[in-house]
Each structure stands twice: as C-alpha cells, then as structure tokens.
Ligand binder design. Structure first.
Ligand code: TRP
Length: 334
C-alpha cells in the first residue's frame, strides 16, 4: 500500500515496434488503472539485453517507449514511469532471489524454451534467469497487482512462489502479487493469420498495425485483412478474421462486439473494413501527434526521467534494505 492505494507494477520491453495489439491489449488499459492504483510502469531495458541489441537503437527505443507511455495518457505525476536500469535495486534483488530459485523451476519456463530455440547461438544465463529479474521488478515495489498477458502468467506464478518461499523463511517481507486480468481483454490477432497474436516480431508486416503506421498504411492493412467467404457479419469463432476485426473496431470505439455487429448488420466486408481502418486511424492519429509533440520537448521528458527514477529508487531501496537485512548482510554505517 502506498498512500492507502494498492500498488500496481507492469513493464514493457523496448524491442521491436509496438503494435495496435500492445496498445489495445495493455497500454490503453494501464491508463484506466492509474486512478485506482499506485502505478509503476517500467521500460524494462535490462530484460532487453538477454537478446543481443544494438546499443544506440536500444537507447532510442527505450526513450520512445517511455515517451509513448506519456503520449498514451499516463500522467507521469501520478504514475511512476521510469527505466528499469536507473534503479539498481532491480539487479540487487534479482541476485538475492536467484539464490532462492531452483534450476528446475527455470528449466520449465516455456518462454525460455521458445527463446533458446530462437536464439540458439546465444543461450545466455540472463535469458535463463530472466523470470527472476521479472520477479524482482514486481516484488521490489511490493506490488499487489500485475496486469500481464497470458504469455507471462507462468513468470507471475514463479514470482508468487518466490515471494511465498522467502516469506516462509523470513517472515512477511514481500506482498504476494495477483495477476490483474482485465475485463474482456482486447486480445488482438494478426490481420493475416487470426490464429496468431498480433506481434511486434511478426515477419509479415501486413499482419500487424504498428502504432506509428501512417493513415494510408493502416487503411491498406485493414482492407487486406484476411476474412472468409461467409459474407455475413457475425461474431463467432468460425469466422476468426472477422471476429478479430470486430474486436479491433469495438476496442477503438468503446462498443461491445454485439453493438458492432448490430451496427454493421447486412453490410459488406468491404464497407466494414473501411470503418475499422477509420476507427484505428481515429485512435492512433492523436496518439502519434502527442508522441511527436512530446518527443520535441526534451527538457520535459528529461525531467520526468529524473524525477520518476528518484521516486522508484525510494520505494525500491525501502524493500531492498529490508531484504538485505533478512538475508544477513551487514548494516550500513551512516
Ligand atoms: N516479461 C514481460 C514481457 O515481456 C515484461 C516485464 C518485465 C514485466 N518485468 C515485468 C511485465 C514485470 C510485468 C511485470 O511482456
């Protein structure tokens, strides 16, 4: 609890270009959570180097992502928006937690298996202990809730186990976090293969709408989206491409899927796709404009970075000192 509010932690990696799926599925909802919770939203740049990165590109993308958080509507006075690498407590707590994590637990992580298959030439120890760093992120702020997608549930489960394991030995040190499962989540699928999640690492750029795509590109991708030959607007798993477009339209307009179906009852796919494209442009254009405006305001973004890193450090250090004491490290002489 901070000032009577429950604590929320989440983070995103600055690798790849964010997609409409990242926005509708995560970022947009983060904004609605910031009244109810004391929120920490990190740009998790330390996680990014588990895969080889070009330093200049990583630095640029990290700054863009932090700027995007603000452009999406997260007020940096109310939400702690910061770089993970600016708070050394993440690495320090991760080390301690490493000593409470079993090899077998990490060996079971499906993301580790997937990523080591994908990066067979660089299966480094950081990739292996990635989930422990993630646990440190969350536990460092005593987070009560963590909004995550299903792909991160296994990591969150490990986080809970580590918190409980530590608490069982040393008493109540960590808050055991819960997953925050939003209302009917906007899980956005690829426009070219609706059985796959829309992903920033998709090889086919037509499958994803990127947050920085211009209006023409967005319209073109929507027009080309894979549908079916039923020629009837219904919201069913039998028409997964269409269902995805209904989800996108609904998330962009604030409609329920049923309302969207009613609105386009009897209309053709061509007309609907056009409306989907316009709805997406309607959401992304203001976001892009705000991003451009903020990007030019270097002094403002720098101030946010500095102030929020200090705030994050304050809370992180509080937890870290407690944990270090429990672990048996000598007190600091002041
Ligand atoms: N691993 C998460 C992802 O790739 C990002 C992340 C790192 C995160 N630390 C976190 C998410 C802590 C939630 C909480 O999506």
């Amino acid at each position: 609890m901070i000032d009577g509010k429950k604590v929320l932690f989440s983070g995103m990696q600055a690798t790849g270009n964010l997609t409409l799926g990242n926005y509708l599925g995560a970022l947009k909802n983060w904004v609605t959570l910031s009244d109810e919770y004391e929120c920490f939203y990190s740009v998790v740049d330390m996680h990014s180097i588990t895969v080889r990165q070009d330093p200049a590109t990583l630095r640029k993308r990290a700054r863009n992502l932090l700027t995007l958080y603000i452009a999406a509507g997260l007020d940096p006075k109310k939400n702690c928006i910061y770089y993970q690498s600016h708070v050394s407590g993440h690495a320090e707590l991760a080390w301690i937690l490493n000593c409470f994590t079993y090899m077998g637990e990490l060996n079971r992580m499906t993301q580790f298996k997937d990523k080591s298959a994908k990066h067979a030439d660089n299966i480094n120890a950081g990739l292996f202990t990635y989930p422990v760093l993630m646990a440190a992120d969350i536990l460092l702020y005593q987070a009560d809730v963590v909004p995550v997608g299903v792909d991160q549930m296994q990591h969150l489960e490990l986080t809970r186990n580590l918190a409980e394991r530590f608490n069982n030995i040393y008493g109540d040190v960590f808050t055991v976090p819960e997953a925050y499962i939003g209302k009917v989540g906007a899980k956005i699928m690829s426009l070219q293969d609706p059985s796959k999640k829309m992903s920033k690492s998709d090889e086919n750029p037509n499958g994803s709408i990127y947050l920085m795509d211009d209006p023409d590109t967005i319209m073109r991708k929507c027009k080309r989206a894979v549908t079916d030959s039923e020629a009837c607007i219904r919201y069913t798993d039998q028409q997964p491409g269409l269902k995805n477009l209904i989800d996108i339209y609904s998330a962009c307009t604030g409609n329920t899927p049923d309302q969207t179906v009613a609105e386009f009852d009897g209309k053709g796919y061509g007309e609907f796709k056009l409306a989907v494209g316009e709805a997406v442009v309607g959401v992304l254009k203001p976001l892009q404009d705000e991003f451009e405006r903020l990007s030019k305001d270097k002094a403002y973004i720098d101030a946010v970075i500095k102030e929020n890193a200090e705030k994050a450090n304050y809370y992180a250090t509080k937890t870290l000192r407690k944990v270090q004491r429990k672990a048996g490290f000598p007190d600091r002489i002041r």
